[in-house]
Structure formats: structure tokens, C-alpha cells
Design a protein around this ligand. Structure first.
Ligand SMILES: CC(C)(COP(=O)(O)OP(=O)(O)OC[C@H]1O[C@@H](n2cnc3c(N)ncnc32)[C@H](O)[C@@H]1OP(=O)(O)O)[C@@H](O)C(=O)NCCC(=O)NCCS
Length: 188
């Protein structure tokens, strides 16, 4: 389904976080967050990360992802604080969508990412209509693995040297949530 057929990208609301479409004026926050060493270590953001990357992300990649059947969201505390992270579903294929996320250092450690991922996966399974949401996580990324488990994802195994990460063949743990899996608890 294309963006035109899907209408406007929604706002997704959990108990403590809100996922909303990116806006052009978010670029400065994205630029600052993506200087973080953990985001640079564990995600595929361009290196070095420059203003043009942030502007292209919020103004180009995000609307294009919606047009292609996925959705990239800015994550904010539901009580109205400043945006703290990024949560996305890449365009699904064969009823399977892959999610990805990062949270800025000042937003970490409060359960926002785990709740945001649960909200995103619920929406992907219930509204977008995929039957499976996947996550590919570096085995050493303990924080992301815990976030995945908190959001109801099941570790299905390690895929060895399947992906090139910054030019290096890399292992990933494959996590997934299926439409029929038990729903994770909503509160932390
Ligand atoms: C990994 C990351 C998303 C965690 O975000 P966060 O907002 O701190 O996560 P939450 O607060 O929702 O924490 C959820 C759980 O993970 C645990 N956790 C978070 N970071 C952790 C870490 N570095 N090591 C171990 N556990 C961690 C929390 O303690 C919490 O566990 P609990 O529910 O049992 O108390 C964040 O550190 C980040 O953006 N890292 C860089 C980018 C990245 O790794 N993206 C994912 C790529 S697959």
C-alpha cells in the first residue's frame, strides 16, 4: 500500500510515550543525538554524522518510508517533554516488517524505548497488518536485547556473519513478535 492510499501517518500513543511523524524542525535534535557513541556503534547511521544527514532523515527518508509502506516516528514523553528518540518500521515485505530504534542519552533508562517498541509493534501487527515484526540485534548490545524482550519479542537464534555492518561480516540475534504471540504487559 502506498502513502497516498494509507492517508496521513498517525500519532501512536502509549501510557508514557508518544510516537509522532518527524518534522523538518527536528533535524537539530537528530543531529545532536546521532553524535552519541552508542548510536554510532550499534546503528547504521552515516559516519561522520552531519547536518545534511539529519535534514535528509526527517525531510526525505521519513516521508519516503511512509510512502513505501513503513513508518518512522519521533519518540516523545506522552506528558509533553522534548523528543528523545527514533522508532521505525521499515517497509514490510511478504507480511514481515523490521523495526529499528535509538534513544538519545538523556532519554535512556526510563523504560521509554521498551514501551515505544511495544506500541510500534502493536500498531504494525494490528493496523498495518503484518504477521511478524523482526529486530536484528548485535549479540553484544545488551541494552537493545533487553528492550526487545520487554516489548514481547522472542529471540529465535543467532545468524552468523549474515550482515555487513560497516563493511564487516557480523552476527545478529534475530528477534520477532508474531501477531498471535502473547502481548507484553503495558506497565513497566
Ligand atoms: C539500547 C537503547 C535503545 C536502550 O534505550 P533505553 O531507553 O535505555 O531502554 P529502556 O529504558 O526502555 O530499558 C528497557 C530495559 O533495558 C535495560 N537496559 C537498557 N540499557 C541497557 C544496557 N546498556 N545494558 C543492560 N540493560 C539495559 C533497562 O534496564 C530495562 O530493563 P528492565 O525493564 O528490566 O528494567 C539505547 O541505549 C540506545 O539508543 N542505544 C544506542 C542505539 C541502539 O543500540 N539501538 C538499537 C539497535 S538494534
Amino acid at each position: 500500500m502506498t502513502g497516498t492510499e494509507r492517508g496521513t501517518q498517525p500519532i501512536l500513543t502509549g501510557d508514557r510515550v508518544r510516537l509522532r511523524p518527524w518534522r523538518p524542525d527536528d533535524a537539530a535534535v537528530v543531529l545532536a543525538a546521532c553524535q552519541d557513541t552508542d548510536i554510532q556503534r550499534w546503528t547504521q547511521v552515516p559516519l561522520p554524522y552531519a547536518a545534511e544527514h539529519a535534514e535528509g532523515f526527517v525531510g526525505g527518508i521519513a516521508p519516503q518510508t511512509w510512502d513505501e509502506g513503513g513508518a518512522l516516528f519521533a519518540v516523545e514523553p506522552a506528558d509533553g517533554g522534548p523528543l528523545i528518540g527514533s522508532m521505525g518500521l521499515f517497509p514490510p515485505r511478504d507480511g514481515v516488517g523490521e523495526a529499528g530504534y535509538w534513544t538519545a542519552p538523556e532519554g535512556r533508562g526510563q523504560g521509554f524505548t521498551a514501551e515505544g517498541l511495544r506500541v510500534l509493534a502493536d500498531w504494525a501487527l494490528d493496523v498495518v497488518g503484518v504477521h511478524r515484526v523482526e529486530l536484528l540485534v548485535d549479540p553484544a548490545n545488551a541494552g537493545s536485547r533487553r528492550v526487545a524482550e520487554r516489548a514481547g519479542f522472542v529471540a529465535e537464534g543467532t545468524i552468523r556473519q549474515r550482515f555487513l555492518f560497516r563493511g564487516q561480516p557480523s552476527d545478529v540475534v534475530l528477534y520477532a513478535r508474531l501477531a498471535g504471540d502473547p502481548r507484553p504487559p503495558t506497565a513497566r
